[in-house]
Design a protein around this ligand. Structure first.
Ligand code: MN3
Length: 386
C-alpha cells in the first residue's frame, strides 16, 4: 500500500508516519511547510520518491542536505501538486492546515484515490465542489477528524456519501458531536477581554497545532465540524447536535430513530482515527493504550454556551446559505486567528471580525473551486482584522 503524507511535520503528519511505520505502509511522497530539519529526518527514515516544501527557501536548504538521496524535491504550492504527477499512491493523508490544503485535496481526488482528510477547512470552503470531483473520479474521503471518524465508525463503515443515502437518512435521527469546550470553557464574555494567545493554546485534552487550538477556544472548530459532518454524511444542520464533553473519551455519537445511541470511545489519541482511515474497512493493532473504565474520571456532558461563543451559530448560518459563504468564513477566520496569535487583536474580536466579513461579502451560489479561492485571496489582500 502506497501513501502520500501531506503536512508531514505537523501534528497529524507525524502521527500518520507513526501509523504508517506500525502498519508497514510504503510512503511514496511527503510534503511539509518550512521545517526542513524534521523533514530531512523523516525523508531519511521513510525514503519517499518525491517530496515538496511549500516554503521555497526551505526547499533549497533541504535540497543541499539530501543530495545523497535519490529523491526529487519540489517547492511552492505547485510543487505539492507535482507529487501527484511524479508518484502513484493508494491513499493520500492531507494534514495541511487551512485553505492551503484545498488544491492538493482536489489533485488527490482527480487521481481517484482514498483521501484520509484531516483538513476540515477544505470541506468548509468547498465541500460540495470537492464531493462532486470525488464522485466523478471515483475518489473516496475517509474522515480523520476524531468526531467524524467516530461517526464513520458508528455507521459501521457504511459511508452515506458512497452508498444508500436514503436508507441511512431514514434510520438516523441526529449526529451528536462531542466538544471539549476548549481552553476557555465556563468563561464569560467579561472574562475573555484580556485573555492572550498563550492562554488559548492550553487545550484541556488534545495536543494539536496552534491554529486549530485557537479554533477550539472560540468553538469555531466545532462550527467547522458541523459543516464537515453535514458534507461528509449528507445531513442538514438541524440533524447535528453538539454536546460539551470535557473528558474527550466519547469522540461522537449517532442517535437512531428509535432513540438508541451508538458512541465511539477511546483515550484522546488521534492515531486511532488516522489508522482507521488507512486500514478501513479492516482494523489493525495500534499502539494506543486501551481504556481502563474503572479508572476513568466521571464522563460529563453539558450544553455549549452559544451566547459567549457564537462561532457555531455563524457556521450553521453559513451551512444554510451555502455558496461562497464558507470561503468567506474560513479566510476571515484564518487571518483573524493569525492576528490573535501575534497579539494584534483580542480574542473576542476573532468571531466579531468573521461575522463582519460574512455580512460584508455577497454570496455567490454554485461557486467553482477557482472562484472560491479567488474570494479567499481577495479577503486576505483587502481585509485586516486589526
Ligand atoms: Mn475534531
Amino acid at each position: 500500500m502506497n501513501i502520500t503524507v501531506l503536512g508531514s511535520t505537523g501534528s497529524i503528519g507525524t502521527q500518520t508516519l507513526d501509523c504508517a511505520e506500525n502498519l508497514g505502509l510504503n510512503v511514496v511522497a511527503m510534503s511539509a511547510g518550512k521545517n526542513y530539519d524534521l523533514f530531512e529526518m523523516q525523508i531519511r527514515k521513510f525514503k519517499p520518491k518525491a517530496v515538496a516544501m511549500s516554503d521555497k527557501q526551505a526547499a533549497e536548504k533541504l535540497k543541499e542536505r539530501i543530495r545523497d538521496l535519490p529523491v526529487s524535491v519540489f517547492s511552492g504550492e505547485e510543487g505539492i501538486l507535482r507529487l501527484f504527477e511524479e508518484t502513484q499512491c493508494d491513499i493520500c493523508v492531507n494534514g495541511i492546515v487551512g485553505v492551503a490544503g484545498l488544491r492538493p485535496t482536489v489533485a488527490a481526488a482527480k487521481k481517484g484515490v482514498r483521501i484520509a482528510l484531516a483538513n476540515k477547512e477544505n470541506l468548509v470552503v468547498a465541500g460540495d465542489a470537492i464531493k462532486k470531483i470525488c464522485k466523478e473520479n471515483g475518489a473516496e474521503i475517509i474522515p480523520v477528524d476524531s468526531e467524524h471518524s467516530a461517526i464513520f465508525q458508528c455507521l459501521n463503515g457504511i459511508c452515506p456519501t458512497e452508498n444508500d443515502i436514503g436508507s441511512i437518512q431514514s434510520k438516523i435521527r441526529r449526529l451528536i458531536l462531542t466538544a471539549s469546550g476548549g481552553a476557555f470553557y465556563g468563561k464569560t464574555t467579561a472574562d475573555l477581554h484580556n485573555v492572550t494567545a498563550s492562554d488559548a493554546l492550553l487545550h484541556p485534552t488534545w495536543k494539536m497545532g496552534s491554529k486549530i487550538t485557537v479554533d477550539c477556544a472560540t468553538l469555531m472548530n466545532k462550527g467547522f465540524e458541523i459543516i464537515e459532518a453535514a458534507k461528509l454524511f449528507d445531513v442538514s444542520s438541524e440533524k447535528i447536535d453538539v454536546v460539551i464533553h470535557r473528558e474527550s473519551i466519547i469522540h461522537s455519537m449517532i442517535e437512531f430513530v428509535d432513540s438508541s445511541v451508538l458512541a465511539q470511545m477511546s483515550l484522546p489519541d488521534m492515531r486511532i482515527a488516522i489508522q482507521y482511515a488507512l486500514t478501513f474497512p479492516k482494523r489493525a493493532e495500534s499502539p494506543v493504550i486501551p481504556l481502563d473504565f474503572t479508572s476513568l474520571p466521571p464522563l460529563t456532558f453539558a450544553k455549549p454556551d452559544y451566547e459567549t461563543f457564537r462561532a457555531p451559530l455563524l457556521c450553521r448560518q453559513v451551512l444554510r446559505t451555502g455558496g461562497s459563504c464558507g470561503a468567506v468564513l474560513n479566510a476571515s477566520n484564518e487571518i483573524a486567528v493569525e492576528a490573535f496569535l501575534q497579539n494584534r487583536i483580542n480574542f473576542l474580536h476573532i468571531t466579531d471580525f468573521v461575522e463582519k466579513m460574512l455580512d460584508k461579502y455577497p454570496v455567490v451560489s454554485e461557486a467553482t473551486i477557482d472562484e472560491l479561492l479567488e474570494t479567499d485571496k481577495k479577503i486576505r489582500l483587502e481585509e485586516r482584522p486589526d
